[in-house]
Design a protein around this ligand. Structure first.
Ligand SMILES: Nc1ncnc2c1ncn2[C@@H]1O[C@H](COP(=O)(O)OP(=O)(O)O)[C@@H](O)[C@H]1O
Ligand SMILES: [Mg+2]
Length: 417
């Protein structure tokens, strides 16, 4: 099987790493890939959908695995399908599960999937009036894709209104903010359960929890994610069962009833309170950095899973998981997510036997340099999370670049329980 991975971050490195272990994969390509992926696959410098499809046709690619949501929302699966190319990832219509928060909320309401109460508004005045109707300050969300920056968990009604002014009056998110979702604040602990689905069968993966804040103890600004781990104590057997029965199954039935053909990964962001999960959001692809800790626990051949997904034969697959825990720590550029510099030489790589995924690296004149805010994710594995944590930090300690920053407390929630 010839496989193409689309994307070039840590998630795609983890995907390429797992795919490269498949006995079925004879050739592996990545576009654009990164230097870490380059050790496993041939990287091609393509980013636009049409040239990617032309490349896939020319190379007779059997399976394309798409990492980033932007491609899916832009309809990469639809374009590839038009050329008869198999894609792991939902089509444009199905990807609305992530690209329109109001669409996802409507599905939840209609198919009785537990989630926060909400209201949708398409203009500033309506939204302002809606704010007052919530018994606590509501969470304000831009409807469309906003690179993880479109949500304000308001501490006061005033803050919620200011967020609305930013969205509607300042036009902060452009088209993605032409509509907002106002949501009831949900208390609890967050965790992620992702699942493979071919639209008929849904196979949940092991849970993960990520750390979004830049600083120790969940302080500081929001980031793309500073680390993650799996398993997650908050996702008890009961929560996992409920997520399957009360979230994934009705969602799948709902998607089918709406005539939506969903094939790929569904990421359910959950808020868990008193052992009950509610949906915070859905994403239409693997999480980053969740993929970096979940995929190393997957024993089943990923290429086989992806192919079965595309062919609608997921009922023939059984997922097997490594019982060992994983914990990943992101090494970031100093200053991230605000201002930071790139282009610094990275020392201490590769780490033989160590699991280090590249997120923002580039190669120049044979030297590995930083190229983005999140640079690498070091993943430790162990019999329990404490062992995995020790291994991750040990691995991270061997790698360095100017201004490197990481959180020292990834996994604290699980480890202080
Ligand atoms: N209803 C809610 N109650 C409490 N916290 C929320 C709620 N909705 C979102 N959040 C918080 O805001 C974060 C971002 O919201 P989310 O819907 O996941 O949007 P995105 O990932 O697209 O930015 C969540 O991870 C969660 O911490
Ligand atoms: Mg989210």
């Amino acid at each position: 099987m010839k496989v193409l991975v689309v994307g070039g971050g840590g998630r795609e490195h983890a995907l390429a790493w797992k795919l490269s272990q498949s006995s079925q994969v004879t050739e592996l390509y990545a576009a654009p890939g990164n230097p870490g992926i380059g050790a496993l696959a041939e990287c091609v410098h393509l980013e636009e959908i049409e040239p990617l499809a032309a490349f896939a046709r020319q190379k007779a690619i059997d399976l394309t695995v798409v990492g980033p949501e932007a491609y899916l929302a832009a309809g990469i699966a639809d374009v590839f399908a038009r050329y008869g190319l198999a894609v792991f990832g939902p089509n444009r219509q199905a990807a609305r599960l992530e690209s329109s928060k109001s669409f996802a909320k409507e599905l939840c309401r209609k198919y009785k999937i537990p989630t926060a109460q909400y209201q949708v508004a398409d203009d500033y005045q309506t939204a302002l009036a809606a704010v007052e109707k919530f018994s606590r300050p509501p969470v304000v969300k831009a409807d469309g894709l906003a690179a993880g920056k479109g949500v304000v968990v308001a501490q006061s009604y005033q803050e919620a209104k200011e967020a609305l002014a930013e969205i509607f009056q300042a036009g902060r998110f452009g088209q993605a903010g032409s509509r907002v979702v106002l949501e009831e604040f949900l208390p609890g602990e967050e965790a992620t359960v992702m699942a493979f689905t071919d639209g008929k069968t849904v196979l949940p993966m092991v849970p993960a929890q990520d750390h979004k804040r830049a600083g120790k103890g969940e302080q500081g600004p929001n980031t793309g994610g500073m680390g993650a781990y799996s398993p997650v104590p908050a996702v008890t057997a009961e929560v996992y069962e409920r997520a399957y029965n009360e979230i994934f199954l009705p969602l799948l039935a709902g998607l089918r009833a709406e005539g939506i053909d969903y094939r790929g990964v569904i990421y359910a962001g959950l808020m868990i309170h008193e052992n009950r999960p509610k949906v915070v959001e859905f994403n239409c692809r693997f999480g980053d950095p969740e993929a970096q800790v979940v995929l190393p626990r997957l024993v089943t051949d990923l290429a086989a899973i992806c192919q079965a997904t595309v062919e609608g034969k997921l009922d023939e697959i059984e997922l097997t998981w490594d019982s060992r825990a994983t914990l990943g720590v992101v090494l970031a550029s100093g200053g991230y997510p605000e201002e930071y510099k790139t282009g610094y030489p990275i020392l201490g790589l590769p780490q033989p036997g160590g699991l280090v995924f590249h997120s923002g690296t580039q190669e120049k004149d044979g030297q590995l340099l930083t190229s983005s805010g999140r640079v690498l994710t070091a993943v430790g594995r162990g019999d329990d999370l404490a062992c995995a944590q020790r291994e991750a930090y040990e691995l991270l300690g061997k790698i360095s670049f100017a201004g490197a920053y990481f959180r020292p407390d990834i996994g604290w929630r699980a480890l202080t329980k």
